[in-house]
Design a protein. Structure first.
Length: 285
């Protein structure tokens, strides 16, 4: 009998909470709340028992991102949730508002941390000071911390932190399409890497093929409350959609049909303008 595990899975998003404490102007969920209130889902926290159930099914050393559409540090049991995934690589993407307040749950517990910095943020100066204070508390302890620079942000002042910056181009609020300035990067294999290697579970346990904004739930493939992750990963629906991807027919998949993302984040700046490398110095070594 053919064994069916979570083969190929490298990253899973576990949405600890769908609540958020920031009102970002370019956020799709905020646009939904304003323009399409009938699509607004019930916000709240994931039941801790469900977090435990998910953690017991995962192989070691895959990436577990404890966020999706909410702010993960709002979760009341954040530190305890992170500890459940000690055999995996834990990460969150945060707006940073609670970094100092919850530093004891983050430092020496979480593996990696991305802080989202967005263009034209009215709270940008306040966020800058919070980041500075958090880094002062953290020193050289984990988590490995970087900035996720979204859109046109003047990065000069952030260089004083001496941490990695991952720049990203902005796209339409309602989903991963209509990217600014340049098109999304397409992998040579011609198949979306997110679809091949990713799974996302919302705070109610509904499982989707990726974390693309999906208020109509077009990418849903299962329910972690009723099925094992292995069953969902190898489900007939996902296998059918995988065949479409392999044949270059992602247009046949409801969510993928209008998505411009291929699982490869695209930078917002020319790296040559940020890091100057002398090729001769490299070969001289």
């Amino acid at each position: 009998m053919e064994e069916k595990g979570l083969f190929g899975l490298s990253t899973i998003n576990v949405e600890l909470t769908s609540l958020c404490n920031k009102n970002c102007w370019m956020c799709g969920r905020r646009k939904i709340e304003r323009d399409y209130p009938e699509l607004v889902k019930e916000y709240g926290h994931m039941d801790f028992q469900l977090v435990e159930k998910i953690s017991k099914q995962l192989p070691p050393n895959i990436v577990v991102q404890l966020h999706n559409n909410g702010e993960p540090l709002v979760y009341p049991h954040f530190g305890d949730a992170v500890k459940l995934f000690k055999n995996q690589i834990t990460n969150i993407d945060t707006n940073g508002k609670l970094l100092v307040e919850k530093s004891d749950e983050i430092i020496d517990n979480l593996d990696t941390l991305a802080i989202s910095v967005i263009e034209n943020d009215e709270e940008g100066e306040e966020q800058f000071e919070i980041i500075k204070e958090f880094l002062k508390i953290k020193k050289d302890r984990k988590p490995f911390t970087l900035l996720r620079i979204n859109g046109d942000v003047d990065i000069k002042k952030y260089t004083e932190f001496d941490i990695l910056m991952a720049t990203r181009i902005l796209h339409a609020p309602m989903g991963s399409f209509n990217y600014r300035k340049r098109s999304a990067t397409i992998p040579e294999i011609g198949i979306c890497l997110d679809f091949l290697h990713h799974m996302a579970i919302d705070r109610k346990g509904i499982v989707s093929i990726c974390v693309r904004f999906d208020p109509q739930r077009l990418g849903v493939i299962g329910d972690a409350n009723k099925q094992t992750l292995q069953e969902i990963w190898n489900s007939p629906k996902r296998m059918e959609w995988l065949e479409f991807h392999k044949r270059g027919r992602r247009n046949k998949i409801p969510l993928c049909s209008y998505c411009h993302f291929w699982g490869v984040p695209t930078s917002n700046i020319n790296i040559e303008n940020f890091i100057k490398i002398n090729v001769n110095d490299i070969f001289d070594k």
